[in-house]
Unconditional design. Structure first.
Length: 104
């Protein structure tokens, strides 16, 4: 069993990880206010947990967060459901991420 699996299997530790992710999201700069990563962290999810919920692999989530892939509408809808937000908020996060990537 990996360290992540051990932490996730303990309800107290899993809850602590979720709280920590939310704190990290709050501390991210205003520029990342609507980033896909911030939405994920606000939901208290790791990339691996989100990938599992969506039936994909963690590297796919990392590519989405970096703006390296164009999401399909079905992906945006799944993300919105996982994050507990409207699909428009996820779409705006992708647009901001793509804009930021283009500025680098």
């Amino acid at each position: 069993m990996t360290r992540r699996e051990r932490l996730s299997s303990d309800p107290k530790k899993a809850a602590a990880l979720q709280r920590a992710r939310r704190r990290i999201a709050q501390e991210l700069s205003d520029d990342s206010e609507f980033s896909v990563a911030k939405l994920r962290l606000n939901a208290g999810l790791s990339q691996a947990e989100l990938a599992n919920m969506m039936g994909t692999q963690q590297p796919a989530i990392a590519r989405l967060e970096k703006g390296q892939t164009e999401p399909q509408l079905s992906t945006i809808e799944k993300l919105a459901e996982a994050f507990g937000v409207a699909p428009e908020k996820v779409l705006n996060a992708f647009i901001r991420t793509r804009s930021a990537v283009g500025k680098r």
